[in-house]
Design a protein around this ligand. Structure first.
Ligand code: ASP
Length: 410
């Protein structure tokens, strides 16, 4: 047992969890009452690191970048990659939904009702980027606000020179401590992953899944293709980086994102995986938290497929113009989606409203959303990681001799 690497253990835990979940399908209460709490415990443990980790490593990252120009340049490239890949993801989702006729042969009673939550207005999201009270942003775990504050803090520390050094050292130390804590917590990952996946399988048995199997197949296929086509080719062409090496190194983070369905909870392990590929901390600590907050290729793709599915199920033909609207709104909606489980479903309202599709359709998706969430979150965090590698390469800061080592052993 000692010989197994942590990533192998996590993978085994995932498979065992699925098998146990299948056995417990008749009695999901056992899974919910006795196994799920351990998953929640693990989830709480990783969530606990996120805010201090992002703050400290982003401040350190900003000061490490050296000058404001460089921050602007890296920021610009990062945003361009994020936006373009997200728009491509929706297009891919729509193409597959069209070609595979995702909603054909399935129509549902129109009286299905969804528990639709209010979605935040886009303007409010934009205005809310600047925190009026940074401590409140930290307490609330408002990631965008924390990012803005950390960059301003790092920039100002840099600007005052020597006087800022003690504070910079303090953040460096805090960041190191948080990395150490991440490593320690990840030792529990196999148990956490097992406890998270078992109830999902036990509760979402074949009865819930089968009628909507086609949506699941299309979303999973699109997710897979997006990763294989977009990330592999951009890594190869823009980053001159071997995609196989990339996918091997990112696997532990993918299993965690698959089971937690949360980009934000996957952030600590994602940072470790990316750094194991030779990306300097100054870049990963900037690109990844931003990505975990605004870059959601999987979510955008899922929203495209679901919008198309709902239209078909309700017998509505989408024009080309409407599909273009879906591309635009799904890209925006995914940016506004929080990196927590289920957020993408709420933001799907925005896409449906934009093209006048019945919101009741959400109720259909809601039943299988968790299963879709696992796949889309995995794409979300993989896109962030690919971007980090590419940016590091473009800045000539990728340590290519760096041997991919066991990601989380410390
Ligand atoms: N769960 C996703 C994430 O954390 C967001 C979503 O619901 O689409 O990345």
């Amino acid at each position: 047992m000692k010989k197994l690497s942590l990533s192998t253990k996590i993978l085994i835990a995932l498979i065992v969890g699925i098998v146990v979940g299948i056995f417990l399908q008749g009695s999901p209460n056992i899974a919910n009452n006795y196994i799920k709490p351990f998953g929640t415990l693990f989830l709480n443990l990783i969530k606990l690191i996120v805010v201090p980790l992002v703050l400290a490593s982003l401040v350190v990252g900003t000061t490490g970048l050296g000058d404001i120009k460089k921050i602007g340049r890296i920021g610009g490239k990062t945003l361009a990659y994020y936006l373009l890949t997200t728009a491509f993801a929706v297009i891919l989702g729509l193409i597959l939904a069209n070609v595979l006729n995702v909603g054909a042969g399935y129509s549902i009673p129109v009286d299905a009702t969804a528990d639709v939550k209010e979605i935040p207005k886009f303007v409010d999201t934009l205005l809310g980027i600047i925190p009026t009270n940074p401590l409140k942003a930290l307490v609330d775990g408002n990631m965008l606000q924390i990012i803005v504050f950390a960059i301003m803090l790092g920039g100002s520390i840099m600007a005052i020179g020597e006087k800022g050094t003690p504070l910079q050292r303090g953040f460096e130390s805090l960041a190191e401590v948080m990395y150490k804590m991440t490593g320690a917590i990840m030792e529990f990952a196999p148990y956490g992953v097992f406890a998270l996946i078992t109830p999902v399988v036990a509760v979402n048995g074949p009865n819930v899944l089968l009628p909507l199997l086609k949506v699941i197949v299309v979303v999973y296929l699109a997710c897979l293709l997006h990763m294989l086509i977009v990330y592999s080719s951009t890594l190869k062409v823009l980053g001159k980086f071997n995609p196989v090496k990339f996918f091997k190194a990112i696997a532990p983070a993918q299993v965690v994102s698959f089971t937690t369905a949360s980009s934000s909870a996957t952030l600590p392990i994602n940072m470790k995986c990316v750094e194991s590929m030779g990306v300097p901390n100054s870049i990963s600590s900037f690109v990844l938290p931003l990505g975990a907050t605004i870059n959601m290729d999987g979510t955008a793709l899922y929203q495209g497929v679901c919008a198309f599915f709902i239209a078909q199920v309700y017998g509505i033909d989408l024009s080309l113009g409407q599909q273009v609207t879906i591309i635009l709104t799904a890209t925006l909606a995914s940016i506004g989606t929080a990196g927590v489980p289920g957020a993408g479903l709420i933001m799907l309202t925005m896409v449906l409203q934009a093209v006048g599709l019945p919101l009741e359709g959400l109720a259909l998706i809601a039943g299988i959303d968790r299963v879709l969430d696992m796949a889309r979150t995995t794409v979300n965090i993989t896109g962030d990681a690919a971007c980090a590698v590419i940016i590091a390469a473009s800045e000539n800061e990728l340590d290519r001799d760096y041997k991919v080592k066991e990601t989380v052993s410390m």
